[in-house]
Ligand binder design. Structure first.
Ligand SMILES: *Cc1c(COP(=O)(O)O)cnc(C)c1O
Length: 375
């Protein structure tokens, strides 16, 4: 086991050691770490729902009714009416015909992509896609082509040159480390022209984009039977888990074929209850999205060109070198502000950055303090 220590010290000397912070309370705009309260710009809790009393109450009531553990996979006897209610509410929420719940977004991507693509098929993946999509593509054994970030010309020529049985374009809807939005209408047009499916990972758009938080499809006001949509429930929705939605047969197909659905214990029903409570708030309280937009505008007008171009709550502040990003993050921490330094392999080498993520839970004052500290 000597290689463990050797590898750890290699990682550390490259400035790439990852450390966990221990929160001593709930997620929020302010968090407690080692007895000190910090302003946090680290979480994906974009709407401030992770500790919302209505979600907590729904989970408690759900636990009272269903207990804590599901005790079995969905296909044995872990499936409940709460899961089904959540699935149909989620499908309605994103305007698609069917939806299936998964325990996490990572599992949803692995399960759905491997169910849709096999050896004879070809996946066309944006280079900056989330790690779970890359793993899913490899696990599927389909041919995997990675096109340059947002490069529609390259994508088109790759699609035109493919003779695969089934073609699937796979993209983050909002890129998780850059915050930019994929050109979904153009992607869909290419999929139509070359008879491909479009798999969209909307982990950072669900709840945030679109008039009622319906996500990327509502943002662009598009719909198509070619779309397979993955939304996660641990970010803006404030709970845990994910869902895959699409045409009327999709959920039924995935129940048969998605291994990460079949061979895993069902998500606890209490969480399905919390998801239903979360959807009420996401759909009903537009002020959360309005406030988020206003925070994004404030930050962008104050920090301008130091930020990568993004209109979403993910606002990366580019630094470059690993150590410089770590140092900046440490100095902010001394001032009571938590922002993680993101390094390779999460982002390309030489583009280390502070990933600022904004939340409706932040007040204007906190945004002002952040701007001040960064300046
Ligand atoms: C967070 C994330 C996932 C994984 O979702 P979890 O529910 O956290 O497992 C998938 N895709 C993207 C783009 C993400 O940011």
């Amino acid at each position: 086991m000597d290689f463990l220590a050797e590898e750890i010290s290699r990682i550390e000397s490259a400035g790439l050691l990852r450390k966990r912070r221990r929160l001593e309370g709930p997620q929020g705009a302010r968090v407690e770490v080692e007895g000190r309260i910090y302003s946090s710009f680290c979480s994906n809790d974009y709407l401030g729902l992770a500790a919302h009393p209505k979600l907590v109450e729904a989970a408690i009531e759900g636990a009272g009714r269903y207990g804590v553990g599901a005790g079995a996979s969905h296909l044995l006897c872990g499936h409940t009416d709460a899961h089904e209610k959540a699935e149909s509410a989620l499908a309605d929420f994103v305007g698609l015909a069917s939806a299936l719940l998964f325990s996490t977004g990572y599992m949803a991507n692995l399960g759905a992509i491997t169910a849709l693509a096999e050896r004879q098929d070809e996946l066309f993946c944006d280079r900056l896609n989330h790690a779970s999509l890359n793993d899913a593509a490899q696990l599927s054994r389909a041919k995997m082509v990675r096109y340059r970030h947002l490069d529609l010309e390259e994508l088109e020529s790759r699609l035109a040159g493919s003779a695969a049985r089934r073609k699937i374009v796979v993209s983050d809807a909002v890129f998780s480390m850059d915050g930019d939005i994929a050109p979904v209408p153009e992607l869909l047009e290419l999929c139509e022209r070359y008879d491909a499916l479009l798999f969209l990972d909307d982990a950072h758009g669900f709840g945030v984009l679109g008039g009622h938080g319906g996500g990327i499809l509502s943002h662009f006001d598009i719909s198509s039977p070619r779309i397979v949509y993955m939304g996660t429930l641990g970010k803006a929705a404030g709970v845990a888990g994910a869902f895959v939605a699409g045409c009327g047969n999709l959920a039924q197909y995935l129940v048969q074929k998605a291994k990460t659905y079949v061979y895993t214990t069902a998500q606890p029903a209490m969480l399905a209850e919390a998801i239903l409570a979360s959807l009420e708030i996401i759909g009903g309280e537009s002020w959360r999205r309005e406030r988020l937009k206003s925070h994004v505008a404030t930050l962008k007008s104050a920090l301008g060109n130091r930020l990568m171009p993004s209109d979403t709550p993910i606002q990366p502040y580019v630094v470059g070198e690993n150590q410089a990003a770590l140092d900046l993050s440490a100095r902010l921490r001394e001032r009571g502000i938590l922002i993680p330094a993101i390094r390779q392999p999460t982002v390309p080498a030489g583009t280390a950055r502070l990933r600022i993520s904004l939340s409706a839970a932040h007040g204007e004052e906190e945004i002002g303090d952040l701007v001040c500290a960064l300046k």
